[in-house]
Design a protein around this ligand. Sequence first.
Ligand code: AMP
Length: 280
Amino acid sequence: MQVFQDINPIRQFLKSARDRGHTIGFVPTMGALHKGHMSLIDASKNVNDITVCSIYINPTQFNNPSDLAKYPRMINADKNMLENAGCEVLFIPDDQIMYPGNQVVTMSFGYLEDIMEGKFRPGHFKGVGAVVAKLFHIVQPDNAYFGQKDFQQFMIIQQMVRDFFFDIHLNCMPIVREPDGLAMSSRNTRLSKEQRRKAPVIYQSLSMAGKNLSKGMSIAKVRKDIALLMEKNDIRLEYFEVVDSNTLKPLGNITKEGKVALCIAAYLGEIRLIDNLLLF
Ligand code: AMP
């Protein structure tokens, strides 16, 4: 695996690959890699000649300084996983490389960043948009791979790609889960034993909500049941939203015609986890 820290060397390497007719797949990450990330690498390897993974913990997308400070960092283990998966290129820039001067231009995503993650993590998506735009311009991939795990993030990036004519095909890959249903996340490594035992309740509550909504139960009743289940397990519910999965607009009721996303964010102690389920 070729490892690059600076922009020009990776650009030169990828340009000569492109000139030879090679296609490029890109998987942006913040490291502490797990099977969820590796499913994106595998998806990229399946259709691209060269797979590029980036590991960069982007400070501008953290609204909570302690979350940034405590974000797991394990670059050696990450490199091993990527080598074993056959990833061809790793890009690991630092803050000086990614934000060399005063960043003047910012991204706005309108309604898409006023709700859910955007509402509870002010500025988060401006940071995500900025870093993904920078990475897209550095790597210039044919295909880029993101997880449904961060569904709102995917929608934001999709909007950016559409609005600014990025010539990149986006792929949204299914959520990889632990055997007990917990969505894999780098933040799971920070859970205590007791918190880890309770964490699958987040997915259980989504599954229960999905079943009950499909059977015709009202969103209000489903919301109440979820709040109760969370409370019983010492999990602090931040939001549970039932939205149109094409627009992210909250739904008043469920009809079988439209696609529906159930999105949740909850805290176990100070660890914040998110998950979602697509219906229909
Ligand atoms: P992160 O390192 O958390 O920024 O995630 C990098 C990419 O991996 C994002 O596109 C995530 O949505 C995706 N991802 C994270 N967890 C999972 C998972 N459990 N299953 C599938 N994709 C995931």
